[in-house]
Design a protein around this ligand. Structure first.
Ligand SMILES: NC(=O)c1ccc[n+]([C@@H]2O[C@H](COP(=O)([O-])OP(=O)(O)OC[C@H]3O[C@@H](n4cnc5c(N)ncnc54)[C@H](O)[C@@H]3O)[C@@H](O)[C@H]2O)c1
Length: 361
C-alpha cells in the first residue's frame, strides 16, 4: 500500500492490514499527521493522539499502524463497542510546539479527524493533554477526555490505575492462589500520573512497595507511602512479587527478561514487549505476564463510558473491575492450551472483534 502525503510526501506501507491510513500535511502547521484506523468492526475506532518527535514521517506511520492495532485489541478485550485507531503527529525536532503554533497544529489534527466523519475518535496520548482535546474539539466533535470544566471526562489516569489494581488482583490469584495484595511486594517503575495512583492504591491495600522514577521529585511520593526507593537502573532486577511497569513501553526485551527477579509482570505501560517473541522468553522463565492491552484499559473504559455511552459511575466501576475477569479468561486459556498470555489475549480479542462476544459459545 502506498500512502501519498498531501504536498509531495510518499511512504510505502508493507502490510495493508488496516482499514484506512490517512496522512496529511497540516495546512496551518506544516507537520505530517497520520490517522490510522485498524478496525471499525465493533464500532468507531477509538485511540489517543500522539504528538512526538520522529526522525522521519515513515517512522510515525509505522507507530500509528502498531498503536492502532493494539487499540483494536484493547477495546475488544475491554468489551467496548469500539475498534482501534490512533493519530500520530511527526514532529521534525524534539521541540514541542507551544502557543499559537500548538493551536494551529491541534486545529489541523481536528480537521483531519473531522474529515473521517466519525470513524475515529481521539483522546490524549503521549504529547497531548485533556486541554489539547478541547482545542481539537474546536474543529471536530469526535474527541474524548476534554477537561471536566469543558464538558469532558478529564484526566483518565486514576481510572487506568483502578483497572491496573483489578488486574493485579487477578495476577495474584493466578500465581499465589489468592487475590489478596496485602503483604505482597510490588515494584512500581514510573511514578507519573498513573504510577502514582497505582502506588497509592497498592499502599491502601496493604502492599509493600519498591518504587522508582527518573524524576527525582518522585522520591516525595515514595516517602509519603513508606516505599523503598530503587535507582531506575536497578528497578527491573528488584526482588519483588509483581513488577508493575508504569513508565514507557519496550521495557521487556531479550536483554532485560533474564534480569527479572519477580513472579509476574503486570502494569499499565503500553507496548511493554519489544517484540511479540519476548512473551515466550517470559513464559520460559516461569514469569507470568499480564498483557498490557488488558491491564491498561481502565482509562478508555471510563472516558468512552462517560462521554459516549453516558454510563453511571457504578456501571463504569463494574466494567473497570471486569478487567480482572478478562485476565482470568486469558490466564485460563494460556494454562489450558499451553500458549502465552499474549497469544491468548490476541485470540480473545480476535474472537470478540469477529463475533462480538468475549466468552466462549
Ligand atoms: N494516562 C492514562 O490514562 C494511560 C492509559 C493507558 C496506558 N497508559 C500508559 O501508562 C504509562 C504511564 O502513563 P502516564 O500517563 O502515567 O505517563 P506519565 O508521563 O505521567 O508518567 C510516566 C512516568 O515514568 C517516568 N519514567 C520515564 N522513563 C522512566 C524510566 N526509564 N525509569 C523510571 N521511570 C521513568 C517519568 O518520569 C514519569 O514520571 C505509559 O506507558 C502510558 O502509555 C496511560
Amino acid at each position: 500500500m502506498t500512502v501519498a502525503f498531501q504536498h509531495a510526501l510518499s511512504v510505502t506501507i508493507p502490510n495493508p492490514s488496516h482499514e484506512l491510513v490517512q496522512v496529511v500535511r497540516g495546512p496551518r502547521s506544516g507537520f505530517a499527521i497520520c490517522v490510522a484506523i485498524h478496525s471499525t468492526a465493533l464500532g468507531p475506532a477509538a485511540g489517543g493522539c500522539r504528538i512526538a518527535h520522529y526522525t522521519d514521517p515513515s517512522a510515525a506511520i509505522a507507530d500509528a499502524l502498531r498503536l492502532s492495532a493494539a487499540m483494536t485489541e484493547k477495546n475488544a478485550l475491554a468489551g467496548l463497542e469500539h475498534g482501534g485507531g490512533k493519530a500520530v503527529v511527526a514532529l521534525p525536532t524534539a521541540a514541542r510546539p507551544t502557543g499559537a503554533e500548538r493551536g494551529e497544529l491541534l486545529h489541523d489534527i481536528g480537521d483531519a479527524i473531522e474529515s473521517l466523519g466519525g470513524r475515529y475518535i481521539a483522546g490524549p496520548d503521549v504529547g497531548s493533554s485533556p486541554v489539547d482535546m478541547s482545542v481539537l474539539g474546536e474543529r471536530t466533535s469526535y474527541v474524548c477526555c476534554r477537561p471536566v470544566e469543558d464538558g469532558g471526562s478529564g484526566d483518565s489516569s486514576l481510572h487506568t490505575a483502578r483497572g491496573t489494581l483489578a488486574a493485579l488482583h487477578a495476577v495474584a490469584e493466578e500465581i499465589f492462589g489468592t487475590p489478596e495484595l496485602a503483604g505482597r511486594t510490588f515494584g512500581v517503575i514510573g511514578l507519573g500520573a498513573v504510577g502514582t495512583h497505582v502506588a497509592r492504591l497498592l499502599h491502601q491495600a496493604g502492599a509493600r512497595l519498591v518504587v522508582t522514577d527518573v524524576a527525582p521529585a518522585a522520591r516525595d511520593v515514595a516517602e509519603e507511602l513508606g516505599a523503598s526507593w530503587s535507582e531506575p537502573g536497578d528497578a527491573l532486577a528488584a526482588e519483588v512479587d509483581i513488577l508493575v511497569p508504569a513508565a514507557l513501553g519496550g521495557l521487556l526485551t531479550p536483554e532485560t527478561v533474564p534480569q527479572l527477579r519477580c513472579a509476574a509482570v503486570a502494569g499499565p505501560a503500553n507496548n511493554q514487549l519489544d517484540q511479540p517473541a519476548t512473551a515466550k522468553l517470559l513464559a520460559e522463565r516461569g514469569i507470568l505476564w499480564a498483557p498490557d492491552v488488558a491491564v491498561s484499559a481502565g482509562g478508555v473504559i471510563h472516558a468512552t463510558g462517560v462521554e459516549l455511552r453516558r454510563e453511571s459511575e457504578d456501571r463504569l466501576s463494574e466494567r473497570i473491575d471486569g478487567i480482572a475477569g478478562t485476565l482470568r479468561q486469558i490466564f485460563d486459556a494460556a494454562r489450558t492450551r499451553q500458549i502465552t498470555p499474549a497469544e491468548a489475549a490476541a485470540e480473545l480479542a480476535w474472537q470478540r472483534t469477529h463475533t462480538g462476544r468475549l466468552s466462549e459459545g
